[in-house]
Ligand binder design. Structure first.
Ligand code: SF4
Ligand code: SF4
Length: 460
């Protein structure tokens, strides 16, 4: 596939910095009572009854945390999402095709799970012990699970060396390597929930998922900070603590464990050092109890960021990791309102699915041919149920799982060996009528430039 390595590492690390090493200070006085004794016990009991906790919902056939329903706009769930069925994680094609490790696949990534999700996950027997492991190794701050500078640098280095999916050193601490399952599946963050190694719509599909990831990631950040504020924290002060340590980054991590250092977290978490689990539960409780529209609420919330710290971190990096970090930072910067990101996503969605009905004639793009799947490659063997393969003079396309198509899809695509208009009549007749979703098929052929307008010479 043409962008497995780059897109994978880029997507998975960019969001880290979207939320990232911005640590905030806290005011303890109000919160002490919120965490004490019987009151806290009652709060947790009530949280257990949250009907969204631990659930999964489907978007385009993909399972994402049901808690998204609490934090995203309602209309988000009416969008049409690409099925991305070639990113078949249960039977990962990249193990053979790209040499990804069978026990961890693309989970050579260190996720940032927001504090409220950590709180819900701690209340769930399926994920509690994995989350406790993050806390015990100080792979967290009060914002949620949180990668330390040394672990982040190592992650950048492994990606720079082309070891995404293959790294022996960087593995998500939540992965169960005995069976490759995620230890916090119902609480995965925006990156893990929206990552696909092969996009049906090609680069445009990848871009669409980046937009989804940006929206959800920004909402996760905003809700995490909003929960902290509702618990009485002074976020601005929290940032100052972090900034104060920015000139001595080596003191902020524990080189043995790769987590944050005890001295740093003690100052950062103040009265709540050692009570992080209770803190995360309280964040979840704040969200669970809020009866208003969370998305509207956080769209007006001022998201904090810490570019001074990031600048110091950048200087601290070695040259090799800095080059990877630089690529990471593209597009990152001033916090954008979740509302603006939602608007951008809707525009992108419209473009993703648009079809030029009854307009110009289209035909197979130059260099594109349809051949039998000879099963003479790892991907061809993996997708042996798909009898045909789209072959391109662009060698990157040949490596894509989504180049393997069914007999009905091949018959439909072959219609474009001769110029023809895309019409409702065409899509409702044989062989299109035998395909599962003819409109979706045509839209991804257009986005991948397998079919192009006859006269313009441009791809759609
Ligand atoms: S996203 Fe792709 S690489 Fe990752 S587990 Fe799924 S199929 Fe494998
Ligand atoms: S949180 Fe789960 S899906 Fe994400 S990297 Fe870790 S094990 Fe993989």
């Amino acid at each position: 596939m043409k962008n497995a390595e780059g897109a994978v590492s880029g997507q998975r690390s960019a969001v880290f910095w979207g939320v990232s090493i911005n640590i905030k200070s806290l005011q303890s006085c109000v919160i002490v009572c919120k965490f004490s004794g019987v009151v806290f016990g009652l709060k947790v009991l009530k949280l257990m009854k949250d009907k969204l906790a631990g659930g999964l919902i489907s978007i385009g056939g993909h399972q994402v945390p049901a808690l998204w329903q609490r934090i995203l706009p309602e209309d988000f769930f009416y969008l049409k999402f690409p099925t991305e069925h070639f990113s078949s994680c249960q039977s990962c094609p990249q193990i053979e095709a790209r040499g990804f490790g069978a026990s961890h696949k693309c989970c050579t990534y260190l996720p940032l799970i927001p504090n409220f999700m950590m709180g819900y996950a701690l209340e769930d027997n399926r994920s509690a012990s994995a989350i406790r492991g993050l806390i015990d190794t100080r792979y967290m701050t009060l914002e949620g699970s949180h990668i330390s500078p040394i672990a982040y640098r190592d992650s950048l280095l492994e990606n720079a060396r082309g070891l995404f999916g293959k790294s022996e050193k960087i593995r998500c601490p939540l992965i169960d390597e005995t069976n490759g399952s995620c230890g916090a599946y119902a609480y995965r963050n925006s990156v893990c929930s929206t990552f696909f190694c092969d996009n049906l719509h090609g680069a445009q599909g990848s871009h669409f998922w980046e937009k989804v990831q940006s929206l959800v990631g920004q909402v996760e950040t905003a809700v995490a900070q909003w929960c902290m504020t509702r618990l009485g924290f002074d976020l601005d002060r929290y940032f100052i603590v972090f900034e104060n340590w920015s000139q001595r980054i080596d003191d902020t991590y524990d080189a043995k464990t790769g987590g944050w250092s005890e001295c740093f977290l003690r100052e950062l978490h103040q009265d709540f050092y050692g009570k992080e689990a209770e803190f995360y539960r309280a964040c979840a409780k704040e969200l669970s109890d809020f009866s208003g529209d969370v998305f509207e609420e956080i769209s007006c919330f001022k998201i904090r960021d810490n570019w001074n710290y990031q600048s110091s971190f950048h200087s601290w990096l070695c040259e090799e990791s800095r080059a990877e970090f630089g690529a990471d930072m593209q597009g990152a910067g001033v916090p954008v309102s979740p509302r603006d990101l939602w608007y951008e996503l809707q525009l992108n969605h419209r473009e993703l699915w648009s079809i030029p009905f009854n307009e110009a004639e289209y035909r197979l793009a130059p260099g594109i041919t349809i051949q039998k799947n000879m099963r003479d490659s790892a991907l061809g063997e993996h997708f042996s149920d798909n009898a045909y393969q789209v072959v391109s003079s662009d060698s990157a396309l040949i490596d894509q799982a989504s180049a393997f198509i069914t007999r009905q899809e091949a018959a439909s695509l072959k219609l474009f060996e001769a110029p023809r208009q895309i019409t409702g009549e065409l899509l409702s007749a044989y062989p299109f009528a035998d395909c599962q979703d003819p409109r979706a098929l045509v839209s991804f052929w257009l986005r991948k430039s397998w079919i192009t307008p006859v006269n313009s010479g441009k791809s759609h």
